[in-house]
Design a protein around this ligand. Structure first.
Ligand code: NAD
Length: 359
């Protein structure tokens, strides 16, 4: 296994900010990107954390990711909003899209926000958390515009991306449900993390270039390419296709096909449905029913091998508390990739180490 560094979240945010600023981003953009990536690490999703930064830097340098871009409105029709992200940082245009959708749902009771042409939107759970913090329920269907990496059920070759599905539900008096997952067995970034650590991935997640089962993460990290499998057999594969149809075709007018493998750019399309539960159900009609159900669920006796029944969102909250206290583990390969990316935009390794508190 690769060596691990342990870095406290504040200096890590500061270090990531310097790299994003090196790309030419404003202070506000550098803050948004650094905070979003470090938050992903804090919640335990290292696949969508600071390890993405080298790819973002590469995308900026190639011209596929535009710094300091903001959303523009393509369609504004009551509860329907269609936005163009202009290939800007997903951390910025995703936040802007959600803010507009939340405002609209507050006014009208619900909103459907179609965001196209956004660069990588990171951990989609962050957008559900933003909705939930405003008292809203949100659903997100997302496609990934990069080289296809997930095989459809029954297929020996990739046909779409890891197309995440996410939902957030606020619950009165308890933490919200944040259900947030890639529709592949594991997120693509998790194969990169495993590859960097020199570890295999669990069985049942990958096929090689000939469609045979493998646990070697190289098949989704470097050519010749294999593919990830969808979760849940034909059911997960169906949800992934739905994300492509709604997040890709409907929201963005673009679907993830073609062999664009040399480019660092990753675009996401996202269809978000935002509902104000108070508009639909008054203030307490549904909250008592939801609470009764969740309380009962969490009291169900655990099966062997499980500590207790959890609500989606609980594992992230637990990891966040641990990592805030102890620091974030960053493997040496990932750190070196960040150092190299930083150097390519004029941030010296020694300065980066100092800012991250590693000197
Ligand atoms: N932007 C993109 O292009 C893109 C693409 C794919 C994935 N992603 C992101 O990757 C991240 C990781 O996805 P993943 O599929 O690896 O996530 P995962 O397999 O870790 O599943 C996470 C979900 O399952 C819940 N969960 C985990 N253990 C649980 C338990 N014991 N009981 C109840 N619920 C439990 C979590 O709370 C969370 O909602 C997500 O944040 C996703 O949005 C982004």
């Amino acid at each position: 296994m690769a060596d691990m560094l342990l870095i406290a979240h504040e200096p890590l945010r500061a270090a990531m900010r310097t790299v994003v600023k090196g790309c030419g981003s404003s202070d506000a953009e550098a803050d948004a990107v650094a905070n979003n990536l470090v938050e992903a690490n804090l919640t335990g999703h290292d696949s969508h954390g600071i390890g993405m930064l080298p790819r973002y830097v590469g995308a900026v340098r190639e011209g596929g990711l535009k710094v300091n871009a903001h959303v523009s409105t393509v369609l504004d029709a009551g509860a329907l909003l269609r936005l163009d992200g202009h290939a800007g940082f997903g951390q910025v245009v995703g936040g802007e899209a959600m803010a507009l959708g939340i405002e609209r749902a507050r006014a009208l009771g619900c909103a459907i926000v179609a965001l196209g042409n956004a660069h990588h939107l990171g951990r989609i759970g962050a957008w559900a958390e933003m909705a939930v913090a405003a008292g809203m329920i949100s659903l997100h269907f997302v496609n990934v515009l990069a080289r296809p990496i997930v095989a459809p059920f029954g297929g020996a070759k990739a046909g779409f991306g890891t197309n995440p599905f996410t939902a957030g539900v606020p619950l009165k008096g308890r933490p919200p449900m944040i259900l947030d997952f890639a529709t592949s067995t594991i997120a693509q970034g998790k194969t990169r993390v495993a590859f960097n650590k020199g570890e295999p991935v669990p069985e049942g997640c990958l096929i090689d270039g000939d469609g045979r089962a493998t646990t070697d993460p190289r098949w989704t990290v470097q050519p010749p390419w294999g593919a990830l499998l969808p979760f849940g057999q034909h059911k997960g594969s169906g949800l992934a296709v739905l994300c492509e149809l709604l997040g890709g075709a409907l929201a963005a007018g673009l679907v993830g096909q073609g062999e664009d493998g040399s480019r660092q750019r990753v675009l996401n399309g996202m269809l978000s449905v935002i509902i104000d539960p108070r508009a639909l159900h008054g203030s307490d009609g549904w909250e008592a029913a939801a609470d009764e159900f969740v309380a009962g669920l969490l009291q169900i006796k655990p099966r062997e091998g499980h500590e207790r029944v959890l609500l989606a969102g609980d594992p992230e909250r637990r990891t966040r508390a641990e990592r805030l206290a102890r620091g974030l583990p960053v493997d040496a390969t990932t750190w070196q990739q960040i150092v190299d990316a930083a150097a390519s935009v004029g941030v010296e390794a020694a300065a980066l180490r100092r800012t991250a508190g590693l000197a």
